[in-house]
Write a protein that binds this ligand. Structure first.
Ligand SMILES: *[C@@H]1O[C@H](CO)[C@@H](O)[C@H](O)[C@H]1NC(C)=O
Ligand SMILES: *[C@@H]1O[C@H](CO)[C@@H](O)[C@H](O)[C@H]1NC(C)=O
Ligand SMILES: *[C@@H]1O[C@H](CO)[C@@H](O)[C@H](O)[C@H]1NC(C)=O
Ligand SMILES: *[C@@H]1O[C@H](CO)[C@@H](O)[C@H](O)[C@H]1NC(C)=O
Ligand SMILES: *[C@@H]1O[C@H](CO)[C@@H](O)[C@H](O)[C@H]1NC(C)=O
Length: 528
């Protein structure tokens, strides 16, 4: 019924807005307020979009009295004004005229009649029924309007503090979690007509006592992903001759239906997994005493989308490559359900630490992707991690995974050391070979061919450049050259030094000549 009303209503409002748009006229509403009228208007959504460039003026005058002076409607905003009750002659009807001027010079004007004797809608009537642990409020208004909204205000009888909710329907079941057992509450309701923008006064307060706590203790739902188990505590030894039943009750009208597998059961729990993930339910569990034939009820509110617990990530896959630890977090089992997957924007939250006897620091990484990398691992160290999924914009998170650990290889560093030392060794040996090669060549020359050049075979064998000597290392036996090297160094230091000195002094004299020339030219230019 309600759905049909809405579908009927939609084209009407659409056509109305189209008509207003094409006519380019000002929409005026003149709701009755406590001491007069509070007109509001709009022109092509300028007010809706809070466009303050449009200038509106408003005045009102008596209908059918051409001599009467127009009265200014005192503006309370760009798109509203106020008409006090005492400024009106209640023996006449009035018309309100609104003019609009846009900065580009466009104008518009419209008027609407109103009756100073107009009464706001009467307050609704309220009735409260309490039945088997459920409290239902029913609202009546004089004539049913399509677009009514009800403001229900609740307070504890012994308090002035109020809480209010907006309702679009005339029946309301109090959520069990909102009421304390056996506490007295009072409610009042008013009605707001969205078309005329008028609200009624509040209904007289209705007081009631919240239901007593049911006999089933600790009624709860163990909800994991999309599996829901309703449970309660019952002392079976003390009261064995009972059966339990579970119903789900509608928030809209308080009607309850028994859940199939939960009729006259003897276990203090029942699987309610078939409830819709996006539904909000009142679950009512009853206990029936076969001997006394008494039945009593306990209720709980359950909304899977809000209340269910998301299970932990399935697994953490750890892998060490090149001294880096790669961790791959598998999504929780519940993520195969699209409702859970789309609950929020999930990110992966990982904690990791080094496992050791003394308490070590826990580090945290968060990422949208379930992949993590930890650099600079230490050898022979155990790295542990656990992860959970977490909503980016709220506190909601999945359960924590188990702890996963991996230990780095002790040889991974030893290998690096060995490689490093081998490399250094090669360089060191090469340097020694080079120097010894030079010395040996000189020694051979001095000893066997003091005046002439070396034979080609030896010249080739020792070469001129260090590279050459490295290319033919097989010609020199490492240990022997070391021995000879000492001899050469001791006997021919002077010669070697002379040769070196001659070479370097040559180069130096050439260089210094160039530099001194430059120095002179710069000196000359400075002097001038
Ligand atoms: C004012 O208008 C209402 C209808 O809106 C009509 O019933 C009433 O008779 C009018 N009053 C006068 C004084 O003309
Ligand atoms: C409902 O009524 C209460 C009490 O008068 C008021 O404080 C609250 O603002 C109202 N809520 C709405 C949406 O009108
Ligand atoms: C509400 O409380 C007042 C005292 O604060 C008491 O006189 C009255 O009877 C109570 N009403 C109900 C319905 O319990
Ligand atoms: C339960 O019922 C059985 C008979 O159905 C009876 O023998 C027994 O005494 C009852 N137990 C209690 C605690 O009332
Ligand atoms: C449970 O059993 C009792 C009788 O033992 C019966 O009266 C009642 O209707 C049953 N309830 C349901 C929900 O089947």
């Amino acid at each position: 019924m309600a759905a049909r009303l809405v579908t009927l209503l939609l084209p009407v409002t659409w056509m109305a807005s189209m008509a207003a748009g094409t006519k380019d006229s000002i929409d005026i509403t003149i709701p009755k307020s406590t001491d007069g009228f509070s007109p509001t208007w709009d022109w092509n959504d300028h007010c809706l979009l809070e466009d303050t460039n449009i200038t509106f003026t408003a005045f009102y005058k008596k209908v059918g009295a051409p001599d009467s002076d127009p009265q200014i409607c005192e503006k309370t905003g760009n798109c509203s004004c106020r008409i006090p009750s005492k400024s009106l002659d209640h023996s006449h009807n009035y018309t309100l005229v609104v003019n609009a001027i846009s900065p580009k010079g466009g104008t518009s004007s419209n008027s609407k009649d109103f009756d100073p004797n107009h009464k706001p809608p009467p307050p609704p009537e309220v009735r409260i029924t309490s039945h088997n642990a459920l409290l239902t409020v029913k609202i009546w208004t004089q004539d049913l309007q399509y677009r009514e909204q009800y403001n229900l205000t609740l307070r504890k009888n012994d308090s002035t503090e109020e809480s209010s909710i907006d309702l679009r329907r005339r029946t309301y079941v109090f959520p069990p979690s909102d009421l304390l057992p056996e506490q007295t509450y009072c409610v009042k309701v008013n009605v707001y007509n969205m078309q005329t923008m008028e609200s009624s006064a509040f209904s007289p307060e209705e007081c009631f006592m919240a239901p007593a706590k049911g006999p089933l203790n600790n009624l709860r739902v163990d909800a994991l992903d999309t599996e829901y188990l309703l449970k309660w505590d019952w002392d079976t030894e003390r009261s064995p001759n009972v059966t339990f039943s579970v119903e789900k009750c509608s928030f809209y009208d308080g009607r309850c239906t028994t859940i199939d597998d939960c009729k006259n059961i003897t276990t203090p729990q029942c699987n309610v997994t078939r409830l819709l993930f996006r539904g909000t339910y009142i679950l009512r569990s009853s206990v029936y005493d076969r001997l006394t034939e008494e039945k009593s009820f306990s209720v709980i509110q359950f909304s899977p989308i809000k209340d269910t617990v998301i299970g932990p990530p399935k697994e953490l896959k750890m892998r060490i490559v090149d001294n880096e630890l790669y961790i791959n977090v598998s999504a929780p089992k519940g993520f195969s359900n699209t409702d859970i997957q789309s609950l929020c924007e999930w990110q992966t939250h990982m904690e990791y630490w080094i496992s050791s006897t003394h308490n070590s620091e826990v580090m945290v990484k968060e990422a949208m992707q379930p992949f993590f990398k930890i650099d600079h691992l230490e050898a022979s160290t155990t790295y542990c991690a656990r992860a959970k999924m977490r909503c980016k914009d709220s506190d909601r998170s999945s359960q924590d995974s188990e702890d996963y650990c991996i230990t780095t290889d002790p040889r991974s560093h030893l290998f690096a050391f060995i490689a490093g030392f081998t490399f250094l060794g090669i360089i060191f040996t090469s340097i020694i070979l080079f120097f010894c090669g030079c010395c040996l060549k000189h020694y051979v020359k001095q000893t066997f061919f003091p005046a002439s050049k070396l034979p080609l075979s030896i010249e080739k064998g020792f070469g001129e450049s260090p590279l050459d000597s490295m290319r033919h290392p097989f010609l020199l036996h490492k240990e022997e050259t070391m021995d000879r090297c000492y001899i050469v160094n001791n006997s021919d230091t002077e010669d070697l030094g002379q040769i070196n000195h001659a070479d370097s002094s040559n180069a130096n004299s050439q260089d210094s000549g160039n530099y001194s020339n430059e120095g002179q030219t710069t000196g000359e230019t400075n002097n001038h």
